[in-house]
Design a protein around this ligand. Structure first.
Ligand code: FAD
Length: 372
């Protein structure tokens, strides 16, 4: 039984079924619902992770698996190959590390000078020296629709889906909101930001949900400069606000957000009216002058589920051997859903070795983010 049908849980159910098991998937509000971390319209799929090679490899593997699934369900548009652009200051350490990892893993990329950046992407206005690292094979996943499709495909393959809430395990069994008392060989809790609510003693403080705002701005009439192929996904960790943008896709507007951690947040009851539009607009004015007066057309409040340093949590429950904990996406997990699902199915079957970085033991109460 897999509890939680977000990017991590839907893919885990998909792969557990593929490995020959009989699988039930439960979600209290439905796959990629409006409160889930996977519930927004779009998420970036990029390969750059500095020296964190495992995430580069998982992003490469996941890209392949997302595209295979979208082809199988005849919806290739759920991955938009917009490219992903990084623009660090020339001396940033992570830029050199990212290039080295790309060389080692065989990720295609282009180096761009400041002059090349300015001529290729004239929509941007940089106020300090930058270089570009461009990943042509990366892009944007249509998140909400993509997860809905993974869950639907898992069901077509034989997974049973139920819209129900599950309790924490007691003596290796669980109770659902429908009152059923359920025993299963394996329970996987892929509950995203709800994990510390389900397991408060174990995970309280170790997975910390934070409030994150996302803004969609309207582009000028007929203007295609902010849509693919002219506009890629863009990440600017050289700026302390950690801004990133996604090009206009499906006519939803130009999306902008900041990767800094917001305030603590309750995914069930948290208020989802965005308040930071002035900051987003100020940034837009500075970096994309043509959008200085763009109207806000939509906004969302989502949540990250942060571990101490940004590494995922994928481990067995310390008390119940048939219970697994899968989460801690920490603002970068969505793209990795397929690789996570595949890995969890292999771990449960004893076909993969466990990675220390994903262990519960590696999750401290400290806040020292190192994976972005
Ligand atoms: C603003 C924002 C931008 C982001 N940008 C990116 C990006 O560009 N690229 C990227 O790769 N990642 C990004 N992320 C991170 C990514 O979205 C998350 O890491 C990922 O979606 C987490 O998926 P999940 O399956 O762990 O959790 P969720 O999607 O939250 O799914 C958990 C599910 O579990 C269900 N559930 C919980 N408790 C129970 C229970 N007791 N019983 C039944 N069901 C239960 C919930 O209803 C929910 O559907 C971003 C996140 C945010 C908020």
């Amino acid at each position: 039984m897999v509890i939680g049908a977000g990017s991590f849980g839907a893919w885990t159910a998909y792969y557990l079924q593929k490995s020959g098991r009989s699988v039930a998937l439960l979600d209290q509000y439905g796959p990629a619902n409006s409160r889930a971390s996977s519930g927004d319209e779009s998420r970036i799929l990029r390969m750059g992770y500095g020296s964190e090679e495992i995430y580069t490899r998982w992003a490469m593997r996941s890209r392949e698996l997302w595209v295979d699934l979208f082809d199988a369900v005849k919806q290739p548009e759920l991955f938009q190959q917009t490219g992903a652009l990084w623009t660090p200051p020339p001396a940033e350490r992570r830029a050199a590390q990212t290039r080295a990892t790309f060389e080692k893993c065989g990720v295609e990329y282009e180096d761009l000078s400041m002059a090349e950046l300015e001529s290729r992407f004239p929509q941007f206005r940089f106020t300090s020296e930058r270089i570009g690292i461009f990943e042509p094979a990366s892009g944007v996943l249509l998140a909400r629709k993509a997860v809905t499709e993974v869950a639907a495909q898992a069901v077509r393959n034989g997974v049973d889906y139920f819209r129900q809430a599950a309790s924490a395990p007691r003596a290796g069994r669980i109770t659902t909101s429908a009152g059923d008392d359920i025993d299963a060989a394996v329970f996987v809790y892929a509950c995203g930001p709800w994990l510390p609510k389900v397991f408060p003693e174990l995970l309280g403080g170790r997975i910390r949900p934070t409030r994150q705002e996302v803004f969609y701005f309207g582009t000028p009439p007929g203007d295609r400069r902010f849509a693919p192929p002219r506009m890629p996904a863009w990440i600017d960790f050289g700026d302390e606000r950690c801004p990133y943008v996604l090009p206009e896709i499906e006519n939803r507007g130009f999306k902008i957000a900041f990767d800094r951690h917001g305030a603590d947040f309750d995914p069930d009851t948290g208020d989802r009216v965005a308040t930071g539009v002035d900051g987003a607009r100020a940034f837009l004015r500075e970096r994309f002058p043509a959008l200085a007066d763009a109207p806000l057309v939509e906004s969302r409040v989502c949540q990250y589920e942060n571990t101490s340093n940004g590494d995922f949590l994928i481990d067995r429950h310390p008390e119940f051997k048939n219970v697994w904990l899968v989460g801690g996406g920490s603002g970068h997990g969505f793209k990795h859903g397929p690789a996570v699902g595949e890995y969890v199915a292999e771990l449960i079957d004893g076909r993969a070795a466990s990675e220390h970085k994903f262990s519960l033991a590696a999750k401290t109460l400290e806040r020292c983010r190192s994976v972005f």
